[in-house]
Each structure stands twice: as C-alpha cells, then as structure tokens.
Design a protein around this ligand. Sequence first.
Ligand SMILES: Cc1cc2nc3c(=O)[nH]c(=O)nc-3n(C[C@H](O)[C@H](O)[C@H](O)COP(=O)(O)OP(=O)(O)OC[C@H]3O[C@@H](n4cnc5c(N)ncnc54)[C@H](O)[C@@H]3O)c2cc1C
Length: 400
Amino acid sequence: MASKGSFDVLVVGSGASGLAAAVSAARAGAHVAIATKTTVQACNSAKAQGGIQAAFGPDDSPELHAEDVMRSSHETADPPLVELLTADAPSAIHWLEQLGCSFTRENGGYRLARCGGASRKRLLQVGDRTGHAITKALREAFEGGPGIELPHHALVSLMPKQAGWRAAFEAPTGEAVVDAGAVVLAAGGRCFAEAATRGELSTNHPNATGEVTRIACEAGAESRDLDALQYHPNGGAWPPTMQGYSIPETTRAYGAVLLNAEGEEFTDSLGARDTVSQAIVDEVAAGRGVETPDGRPAVWLDTTRIPEADAGVSLPYMLRRFRGAGIDPLSEKLYTYPVLHYQNGGLVIDTNAETTLDGVYACGEIAGGTHGRNRMMGNSLLECAVFGRRAGKHAATAAR
Ligand SMILES: Cc1cc2nc3c(=O)[nH]c(=O)nc-3n(C[C@H](O)[C@H](O)[C@H](O)COP(=O)(O)OP(=O)(O)OC[C@H]3O[C@@H](n4cnc5c(N)ncnc54)[C@H](O)[C@@H]3O)c2cc1C
C-alpha cells in the first residue's frame, strides 16, 4: 500500500465546498492535499447554473434570508447553521470576488433575481454558469499555492490514528494511504446513484454516488435527514438530449410560468421547490398534464414570457443548449417534469463544520442541517462557500 504522504489537512472532494475548504486551510498556513475521485474539475458544483443567494438588496437582510430558509425547510433546518449561512453570505461573496469570480452587475450593483421560496430578490448570478465561475476561481486560487492535488483517488476508508486520521484510497496504482491531522469531507451527495437505482433521470454528475457518507457513518459519524431527497421542479423532458437537464429556476425568476394542458397556471411558479414539484406531479396525476413525443409525463414551462434582454444576460447557456437541440425557448414552450436533484440531509455538523467525529469536518451537500428537509435554490453554492471556508479554517487550526 503506497503512502501519499502526511498533511495537516486532507480534503476529500473537489467541488465548490472542497475547493473552498482547501483554499481556506492553505491560507491559514496548513499543508493541504485535496483528493478526488476522478479529475479535479469533475463535480456537481461546476454544473450549477442558476446562482447563489446573499442578502444585498436594499429591502433585504440576513434575517429575512434566514426566515425564508426556515420557512422553505418547513422549520426543519438547524437555526444556528441557518443564521451563520445567511449572516456570512455577503462576506463569502466578497471572498469569491477577491479570488476572481465576477458576478453579473447592473445599475451599479449586483443583478439580483428572486428565486423560489424567497421573499426578496437575492440571487446573484454569473450569467447562467455560476457554478463553473465559482469552481474555476477557487481551483485557480488553490493551484496558485503550495497545496497538493490527488486526482483519481477515491476514498474507500477512514481510520482514526493516535493523532489525526488515516484515509485509504483506490488510486490508479492500487491502494494508497494519506495521513492527516484533520480531514474535510466534501464529497457531495448521492442523487446520481439513487436515480439509477430508481430508474429515474437525475441532474447529477456520475460521481455523485454517496459512498463517502457511508464511510463516515461507518467510522461513527452521525447523520440526519438522509431520506430527504429533492426533486428539481424543472427537469428537461424533451427533446431526448435535454432529458435530465435542469432548466435553471431563474427562467421562472425572469417570468416563465408553469402551465397545464389547458394552458392554465396551476401553481405559484415561485413557490418552494417541494411545493412546485409536488404540484406538477399532482397535475399530471389528475390527467391535466401533457405527454412528450416519446410518451413521458410533463407540463409546460412557458419560457416565451421571458423578456429577450433578460434571457440574453441571465440565460445564455440554457438558450444555447435548447437551440442546439432544435427548440427556441423564447418562441416555444418547454416540456418539463421534476427530476432527482439534491440530497437535503447529510452528516451532522456544528457551526465550525465539524462532524460528530473529532477532527473530521464536512461541508457542502454531504453535510446536513443547513437546509433541513427542503433546500432553497441558490443556497447550496452558498453553503459550499460559507461552510467550506469555515471547515478549512477550523481544520487547519485543529491540525496544529
Ligand atoms: C445541474 C445542477 C444545477 C445546480 N444549480 C444550482 C444553483 O444554481 N445554485 C445552487 O446553489 N446550487 C445548485 N446546484 C446544487 C449545487 O451545485 C451542489 O449541491 C453543490 O455544488 C455541491 O457541492 P459539493 O462541493 O458539496 O459537491 P460536488 O460539487 O458534487 O463535489 C463532490 C466532489 O467529491 C468527489 N467525490 C465523490 N466521491 C468521492 C470519493 N469516494 N472519493 C474522493 N472524491 C469523491 C467528486 O468527484 C467531486 O469532485 C445544482 C446542482 C446541479 C447538479
């Protein structure tokens, strides 16, 4: 078994949360390694299009943001984690900007959209490639420092040592081990694997398989709400090349509405995610849906109501994808149906992002509590930045 060395902080996973933790730990002076299952670029975070929430509007505040999170979660989220998420959001945005991520601006401020479940316009965007822009900035920041990357290292076990932890990986050259004073688990959720088991479509990257949660639980970590999986209300249902694509919820923020076969609005298109998804499922079950040319259930997302100027600034990637597949969303309605998207629950963490295991931290989709049993759009990238940054900093301190 080859040793890949000993580090202050080992980060597992290279999505937005892992990269944020790695950058933050390195900047706190730690010797950091980031190990990841395939390439460093491969993750769900880079696929995120819609945006990231932070209370910047003149009529907004972290308190209102926190109220929206608690209400959307049906009061199941952990209040101290929610308070931290929302209070730290503006500073996390400025941190990302310092690292090179440029959020879309207009009229001297950020371009803000109102997302499902939100009482105010609060969603910052980088066009509609927000996750790509955030991960690129974080990756370049980490790669500009002395930290080590271990691509194609899939975690298979985690064992406590007298001081710190030993992680074992499946690597191209066989099994490899890494020793670390502290470990940050940032390996995302499991919706790709779950969808495959259920025979459903998913928005997720194939690496979203969830084994790191199982490994942590086997090592003794506590988890919560693991059964609460989230459907994205607007999975692409037609044409076949767009099935499983998540049509950004910003389409609805910029005026698109959900319609049944009769052309009637049957739900508040800007409601909380679970409410909107359930309304679509119910409408179809009641026989008021439409059928795609290949016989799948769907309703309409009327994207023709989006002003062309808004689409040009905030939805260019979505337009390119559909137009490339032969459909122009600004002149034709889209077929849509909910699709498996996000793991709401995960490992129990405290406000330092530490799990119930000493010296093991968790951030991003693998962690539970921040969203309770129903996450709002735009709060996952935020959770990655806020809790990734915290996890890295506290792991660096703990490792000394
Ligand atoms: C299509 C899509 C659109 C989205 N849009 C938005 C949005 O607009 N706003 C928003 O806030 N959220 C959005 N989300 C959700 C959000 O992007 C993710 O929940 C979040 O980015 C997860 O980040 P993460 O760092 O926790 O995990 P990921 O980005 O999934 O990264 C996990 C990493 O862990 C690695 N890994 C997995 N298993 C192992 C293992 N055994 N060993 C080592 N490494 C491992 C993976 O390869 C990957 O690098 C979207 C998600 C998807 C899929």
